[in-house]
Design a protein around this ligand. Structure first.
Ligand SMILES: [Zn+2]
Ligand SMILES: [Zn+2]
Length: 385
């Protein structure tokens, strides 16, 4: 009986220790027809649709070429033939490889596995990095925020990027992978160089943010809120209880706290006329002076009502929070912040981390009444309720 219990315990532990693996479309939309693969750490087995082809270690290179709707595999001294599918699978406990693509100067390093497929309709490869989620998260954190922020901030960003990835896991299912490597999903340029970022991803291993229904939250972030964050429905249609407007003094002296943009008066008034501003109202300064109090939703004056987020989009402004000031033949837009303003303000959060706040405190400051749970307990909750 005791033996059986131990066995069950071991079985359950091994199930819980299971790491989450995801598929990231790398070099997404790039027309890659040839590259060189070489292991950096560990060793790799190369599999094709016909089974295992070879083992390679870090002294070896493999050349992969597109040819007549086939994937051609060669080493320095041998031609292995042509295939429809090729998989480079890491066989040690830690594996990473470099990809050298002739059309790009930069050689990139990735962790874990590489899957090479043929596109159905195009004459180039589809490359998928099949990777442990924590390794992926570390790569995303470095690509999204660089190596300068304090370590506590890296932990916070790791949790956000993990939550975001899992929330959007089906984004590219139709194309055969989960997420792409572009900002469309999350920027991901491969293995991070920073040891601190790597540690942050591992230390927060499996932690995600959920709402009161234990659903993964929409973990939005941007550079700087300019002193006040926005309600989710002011930017997108969805009203989410944890994405509420809040005053933020932490970001006020940071890089992206303020901006200005000059627009010719003619262009500005033409724009307002298009949005219902009568000639008469224009003459009565309807358009050339506007002072936003706090974060307002609409540019609302003399019959004109335009959402600030629309003006931001139309004039490609850094944020939707700005005043309009007349200056001769121009109007000056004097703005605050950078980004949509919903959720976490990165520069404010970095400042908080520098001041000694924990990632938990910072998270609760920007996302109201959310919870941090481990993926394992999330699976448990979802199975039970
Ligand atoms: Zn994408
Ligand atoms: Zn802020």
């Amino acid at each position: 009986m005791l033996k059986t219990n131990i066995l069950i315990f071991l079985l359950i532990s091994s199930l819980f220790a299971k790491t989450e693996i995801i598929n990231i479309g790398i070099y997404h939309k790039s027309k890659i027809t040839s590259f060189v693969f070489h292991p950096v750490n560990g060793a790799y087995s190369v599999f094709t649709e016909k089974g295992k082809l070879i083992n390679i270690d870090n002294g070896e290179v493999i050349e992969v070429k597109y040819s007549n709707n086939n994937i051609q595999i060669k080493s320095l001294d041998k031609d292995y033939g042509s295939f429809k599918k090729v998989r480079f699978i890491g066989i040690e406990s830690e594996n990473s490889f470099k990809i050298k693509i002739p059309i790009y100067k930069k050689v990139r390093e990735y962790e874990d596995n590489l899957l090479v497929n043929l596109h159905n309709y195009y004459d180039y490869f589809q490359l998928i990095n099949n990777i442990d989620i924590d390794n992926y998260v570390a790569g995303v954190v470095e690509s999204e925020v660089g190596r300068n922020p304090p370590p506590e901030y890296f932990k916070l960003q790791a949790i956000i990027c993990r939550t975001y990835a899992l929330k959007n896991i089906d984004r590219h299912t139709a194309e055969g992978f989960s997420l792409c490597n572009k900002v469309h999903c999350q920027a991901y340029h491969g293995k991070p160089k920073s040891v601190l970022i790597k540690e942050a991803a591992l230390e927060t291993n499996g932690i995600v943010i959920v709402d009161s229904d234990i659903d993964l939250i929409t973990a939005t972030f941007y550079s700087n809120c300019g002193g006040q964050t926005a309600n989710s429905e002011e930017v997108w249609r969805q009203e989410l209880y944890y994405l509420r407007t809040t005053k933020d003094t932490f970001c006020l002296n940071e890089n992206n706290a303020v901006w200005t943009k000059k627009i010719s008066k003619t262009e500005w008034t033409k724009y307002l006329k298009k949005h219902n501003c009568s000639e008469d109202a224009l003459n009565h300064e309807c358009g050339t002076e506007y002072f936003q109090i706090g974060r307002e939703q609409f540019y609302h004056k003399d019959g004109v009502k335009i959402p600030f987020v629309k003006i931001r989009q139309d004039f490609k402004l850094k944020s939707a929070q700005f005043d309009v000031i007349e200056a001769g033949q121009q109007v000056i837009l004097k703005g605050k912040g950078f980004g949509h303003g919903v959720g976490l303000c990165q520069e404010g959060a970095m400042r908080m981390a520098k001041l000694g706040y924990s990632y938990i405190d910072i998270l609760h400051y920007y996302y109201e009444d959310v919870h941090m749970v481990n993926l394992e307990s999330l699976a448990f909750f979802k199975a039970d309720f």
